[in-house]
Each structure stands twice: as structure tokens, then as C-alpha cells.
Design a protein around this ligand. Structure first.
Ligand code: SF4
Length: 679
């Protein structure tokens, strides 16, 4: 940056990367963002930022920004005026609706755009394009999550502020690399350890680097696919060893016998064989989790995207109920808090806003007549039977099998963010028409017929909702570069051209409508957000005090993860401390810190393959391959290789064909040898 401190103007806003939602202060000079600061008293992060929040702002003024609307003519993008692009899109979409009917256009909303933009996007799809084939990538990757998460909120366990982490007596990080994925939550955890002597339980197939001085720590390095049975084993120990007050439990829970039944035949020796975690470690973890006092549980991608994820999260709720019994102690009263680590800054908000096929904003069932009528009245429309009766499709599958003919994508990049990217790219080539709104030429944008240039977070107003269910306000710090516009304005322009003018002059007016549409957000005030964040739901359910707890009581399940002779490793993916998709890839400071994506290989496997730290290797699955530099490590266990999913230029999704995809690894010189042998 260049400038003296007095030359800068400060704009408080929210970090555009992960779902923690840290408050940052953009410092601008002469209309450009020069640096990012934070303040001790500001935001849930209290001045703490990770490297992405602190140094990842350069993408705002990147020379690679798309600055004008683009139309593909003869295979090449050409800059055009807004009127031409809007006119072309409106005319073509109208023609497609006429030719193929409604519901043949798919809409993919954004985990990175604001709530107001996502709200408007689903309204545009449902009322103007008359399609309910809408979704977002987070929901497509884990379609069960919204309903389970909603149950968690209703239970009272998932409605706590993120700050609770600092007050925890016990912390449980399950299937999430707290240091890489949620660095500022890692800071909060270390504060809890320092101030409260918090105990820590970390369950992850990899050895997570989390330096701490916790008096008691349990590390559960479980085998892939064994998350659910591991959790059941912990529950078994808590119940059978009477680590919580069983009398209280009997009087509080309506179906304790079901829970006992679900775990009674589980032998810890069998669990050790399946999970790789010893009975002693399971007992140790159960003891720590059952201790009275505040307990915070954070679960992440490795739980959410496991095929048994829905059962594991329900069983986490059972665990919360058990721990809650301990917290009814008069000597050590406490609270249990359950947090779902979402990936992007607004992965929560895009779902809250109804960019999913099964629900209207605020998780209102789209097939419920009273919800439908209320929204029809609010929007002044009448939904056709056809719109609502259609069974939700997986949009990517629908694109592949041709049941949707065109796509409207706002701020998402399914080609690099959804499994099997190469197949997605190929299927997009066969689509009749693709419109993309984005700030950069993403892999998905390259497949588009029209690209609208969209403003970044620093160039617009609006709100994001973080993983702590906190809605916070963005503040515009600089003007949009070139001719780019906020996504909500682009939607308004296209909609108006298609004969449905939306009546919003500014973001406040959209927020006012969201409050009416989504009861969860009914007491949100955009103006008040200047001073204080908003926490949904508007009123929290109180935890049930007696006789009302019901366990899901699911018998322990285990997924056998198989490798193949030709593909002897399983590839795991996850977050990176230094990168987070396309924006970080355009931020020079972050690129200089971490210039390339690496594949972590266990040192024993590396030795067997004669791969040295820093060698270039090919990671190949049945559906794709990626050339990466090897990082030889103890962090990943033998048989598992790890590739971050945060590097836009090395999208690991092109390797992924299923949960736990088998891969092979070979050095690039091996490849040369194979090619020379005509393999
Ligand atoms: Fe905070 Fe996440 Fe941004 Fe880092 S990336 S500063 S943890 S919001």
C-alpha cells in the first residue's frame, strides 16, 4: 500500500472469504482500497484476522476483473454495451421459455453474494423465469443439511453466538481443520484454553496442527467413513459408564431406552477395528465431553459431506442432549453450543434466502399452501402448478442429462466448485444458453454466452449471514471498477427488460421485503446493523427443561471406503489457511505467500514411491488428473492424500467422482516414461 495513515478513509465491512464473518476496515485512498485494518473492539473477531482477511484484498483492483458486459460471438467474447447485453439476454431467455417451457432454465445462486442479491435471484427465477430449478452449490453438495441444521436451531443448541467458543470449558472440533478452515475461531479456542483451561477434543482423519496448552486433550484420528460409529461409541461410554446424571436423564428424555438400545451391541474393540481409535481414547474423549460446564462443538466438511453426514449430525444432537444433562448441575451450570462450519462467507445466507428448490425464503416449505399464498400475495404473482409440483432436481445432473436447456449463474463457479468439474464443463458446452454474473473469468464464465460484470464486496452494500447465524452489514468503500454493477442491480435490469420491473431503489428496500418473506429475519433492521449485528432467528428457542428431549437414537453406521488396485489412495479435500478460491488467487500478497497448490502425502507412502518433498507429481483419478507439488508430511495418514480445495487454478474437484475418490500418484518423470512407452 502507499500512503500515510491520515490520508486513508476507513470503511467498516465484512471479510469476503470464510463463514466466520470477521469485521474488517478497508482503508481507501484516491478511490482504491490500499490496506485492511481491524480494531480490537470491532466485530466477533475483536481485531483478530487471518492472513486472507488481512492481506487478501488486492483482487478488488485486479487487472483481471471483468469490466464490461461480454457476449460470445463466433467463440470469442466481445465487449458490448449494457443495453445490448441486457436486451440479448432478455430476448434469448424469453425465447427459450417459449420454446421449451418453464422449468427448463436452471438458476445457480451464490454463497459469496449478499443476502439481498440471493433473495432477489430466487425471486427473479421463480417469478420472471418461472422456474423452480434453482439451487446453490452448498445445498447441492449436502442436500440434507438445511433440514438437519434447522432441527439443530429448534433444539436450542445451534442458536448460540460464536463468542460462546471463548467461554467454553470443553471444545470439540469434529471433521474440521480449525487452523486452516476457521483461523479466527482457532484464536477464540486458544483464548478459551488460556482463560478457562478448556479441554479439547479433536476428531479428524488427519493430524490437525492446533498448538495449544489445553490441560486435557483427546485426539481421535478416525478412519474415513467411520465418523458416525465413532460418535455412537462416545455416546455409549457416556451412557453406560454413567458419566452424566442418569436419573436426570431418565426424567428429561422421553426415549432413553431407544438410545441405550442403539448403542448396546457396539463393542469398543469392534469400533477400534473400524475407526482406528482405541477404547482408551474414546473413553478419554467421552469423559471430557461429559464434564459439566460450557461445551462448544464445531463440525465441518468431513462430517457434512460424508454420505452418512445426516445421521452423524443427528447423533451430534443426541450428544448435545446428553451433555446438556451435565450442564443442569447447580454447581457447574453451562450451555451446549453446536456450530456448523460452512465454507463461504454467505453459505448460510444463500440457503436462508431460499435459493434452494424445496423451500421459499426462511426455509418455508414450498409445497405448503399457506406459505405459497403468503409469498404470492407479497410478490403479487400466482405460481403455476407446474412450478411447484416439480420434484427438485440436482441442477448439475439435470445439465448433464439435458433436462434443463440453459443456465443463469450468479456468483458461482460449479466447474471448479462441484465434483467432477470436467464432466460439468463438457455438459455446459451442450447447453443452449448460459448467462453468468461474475467479477472474474471463472471456468464457468468461460462456458457462458453472456457475462455480466459484477461488483465485489467492497463496491456494494448489503448483508452476509455467517456460520454463527449472525447477519452483518457490508459498507461500500469504493465505486465498482469499470462498468461493473452490484449483482442485485443486474438482476433488476434483466427483470425489467423482461417486463417485470422490481420496485427497489436500494438495498434497504430489499431488506424490508426479506423481513416480510422470511419470518426468521422478521426483526432485522438494516439501519440498526450499522451499530449491531443481527442474530437469527428473531427469538431463540429456549432449551427444553424437562421431559421433552427426544433422542434420534440411530444405530452406529460405518461406510467402507475402498481403494482399487490401480488407484491405491483416497484423496481428501479441505480448506487452506492462505487461499480461498478465485478472489485469493487474484491477491498478490496471498499468491506470494502460497504460490501453488500442493498434495500432502504421508512420509511412508512417499518413501515407498520414492517421492521427495517438493517433487512434481501427478494425482490421477478415473475422472481427471492434476499436476501438483508433493508435500511430504505426517499430517495425512498412510493411504490418504490431501489436496486443498482453495486454489482456483488447481481445482481439485476435477479429480472427484464420489465421496472418497480413489486416486493414484506418480512423479512427472514417470509420466514422461509412460508416454514414451505409448501408455
Ligand atoms: Fe476471518 Fe475467515 Fe476472513 Fe479469516 S477468512 S479473516 S477467519 S472471515
Amino acid at each position: 500500500f502507499s500512503g500515510r495513515s491520515w490520508e486513508f478513509e476507513g470503511f467498516q465491512t465484512i471479510c469476503p472469504y470464510c463463514s466466520v464473518g470477521c469485521t474488517i476496515v478497508l482503508n481507501t485512498k484516491n478511490g482504491s482500497v490500499r490496506r485492511v485494518l481491524s480494531e480490537d473492539k470491532l466485530g466477533i473477531n475483536e481485531g483478530n484476522l487471518c492472513v486472507k482477511g488481512r492481506f487478501g484484498h488486492e483482487f478488488i483492483h485486479s487487472p483481471e476483473r471483468i469490466t464490461t458486459p461480454l457476449i460470445k460471438k463466433n467463440g470469442e467474447f466481445q465487449a458490448v454495451r449494457w443495453e445490448e447485453a441486457i436486451g440479448f439476454v432478455s430476448e434469448t431467455l424469453g425465447r427459450i421459455i417459449e420454446k421449451h417451457g418453464s422449468n427448463t432454465i436452471g438458476g445457480i445462486g451464490s454463497e459469496k453474494c449478499t443476502n439481498e442479491e440471493d433473495y432477489l435471484f430466487q425471486k427473479f427465477c421463480r417469478t420472471v423465469l418461472r422456474t423452480n430449478c434453482i439451487d446453490n452449490i452448498a445445498n447441492m453438495r449436502a442436500p440434507f443439511l438445511n433440514s438437519v441444521l434447522y432441527k439443530s436451531v429448534e433444539s436450542g443448541f445451534a442458536a448460540a453466538p460464536l463468542k460462546e467458543i471463548e467461554n467454553a470449558g470443553t471444545l470439540f472440533f469434529f471433521g474440521v481443520d480449525i487452523t486452516e478452515a476457521l483461523p479466527v475461531i482457532g484464536c477464540m479456542a486458544r483464548k478459551a484454553i488460556k482463560l478457562n483451561n478448556a479441554n479439547v477434543v479433536i476428531a479428524n482423519p488427519r493430524t490437525i496442527i492446533f498448538k495449544n496448552t489445553a490441560p486435557n486433550e483427546a485426539r481421535l484420528n478416525y478412519s474415513l467413513g467411520s465418523q458416525h460409529i465413532l460418535l455412537n461409541a462416545i455416546i455409549k461410554v457416556i451412557v453406560e459408564d454413567k458419566l452424566v446424571d442418569i436419573k436426570k436423564l431418565e426424567s428429561s428424555a422421553s426415549n432413553l431406552s431407544d438410545l441405550r438400545l442403539a448403542v448396546e451391541n457396539l463393542s469398543l474393540i469392534d469400533v477400534e477395528r473400524l475407526t482406528g481409535v482405541s477404547p482408551e481414547m474414546i473413553r478419554n474423549a467421552a469423559g471430557l465431553l461429559a464434564k459439566p460446564g460450557n461445551c462448544c462443538i464445531v463440525y465441518g466438511k468431513d462430517v457434512i459431506e460424508d454420505p452418512l453426514g445426516a445421521d452423524t449430525i443427528k447423533t451430534l444432537l443426541d450428544l448435545c442432549t446428553l451433555i446438556d444433562i451435565s450442564n443442569r448441575s447447580e454447581i457447574h451450570p453451562g450451555r451446549v453450543s453446536l456450530f456448523c462450519a460452512r465454507y463461504h462467507n454467505n453459505s448460510q445466507g444463500v440457503n436462508d434466502m431460499g435459493v434452494v428448490p424445496e423451500s421459499l425464503p426462511g426455509y418455508l416449505d414450498i409445497n405448503d399452501a399457506s406459505n405459497k399464498e403468503r409469498i404470492e400475495e407479497l410478490w403479487g404473482v400466482k405460481f403455476s402448478e407446474d412450478l411447484l409440483s416439480k420434484k427438485p432436481l440436482n441442477l448439475i445432473d439435470a445439465a448433464k442429462n439435458g433436462s434443463i436447456k440453459s443456465l443463469y449463474v450468479m456468483g458461482a463457479d460449479p466447474v471448479t466448485e462441484y465434483p467432477n468439474g470436467k464432466e460439468i464443463r463438457d455438459s455446459f458446452k451442450n447447453m443452449e444458453f448460459i448467462v453468468v454474473q461474475d467479477s472474474f473469468m471463472t471456468e464457468t464464465a468461460k462456458q457462458a454466452d453472456v457475462i455480466f460484470p459484477s461488483a465485489t464486496f467492497a463496491e456494494k452494500e448489503g448483508t452476509y449471514t455467517s456460520m454463527g447465524l449472525i447477519t452483518q452489514r457490508l459498507n461500500k468503500a469504493v465505486s465498482p471498477v469499470g462498468e461493473s454493477k452490484a449483482d442485485w442491480k443486474i438482476i433488476c435490469d434483466v427483470s425489467e427488460k423482461m417486463g417485470h420491473a422490481f420496485p427497489y431503489a436500494n438495498v434497504t428496500e430489499i431488506v424490508d421485503e426479506i423481513k416480510k418473506a422470511a419470518p426468521l429475519y422478521s426483526s432485522l433492521s438494516y439501519d440498526r446493523l450499522k451499530r449491531k449485528e443481527f442474530h437469527w432467528p428473531s427469538s431463540f428457542p429456549e432449551k427444553k427443561e424437562s421431559n421433552t428431549c427426544t433422542f434420534f437414537a440411530i444405530q452406529g453406521k460405518f461406510l467402507k471406503v475402498n481403494v482399487e488396485k490401480e488407484f491405491p489412495f483416497i484423496v481428501m479435500t479441505g480448506a487452506s489457511l492462505n487461499h480461498h478460491g478465485a478472489y485469493s488467487a487474484k491477491s498478490r500478497a496471498l499468491v506470494s505467500i502460497a504460490p501453488e497448490c500442493c498434495v500432502e502425502i504421508n512420509e511412508k507412502d512417499a518413501k515407498d514411491m520414492q517421492i521427495k518433498n517438493g517433487d512434481m507429481v501427478m494425482v490421477e483419478s478415473r475422472v481427471g488428473k492434476l499436476k501438483l507439488r508433493a508435500r511430504v508430511t505426517k499430517k495425512s495418514p498412510p493411504g490418504i492424500v490431501f489436496v486443498p480445495d482453495a486454489y482456483a487454478d488447481s481445482p481439485v474437484n476435477i479429480l472427484i467422482s464420489q465421496a472418497y475418490t480413489p486416486v493414484k500418484i506418480y512423479t512427472v518423470s514417470d509420466l514422461v516414461l509412460r508416454l514414451s512407452q505409448g501408455e
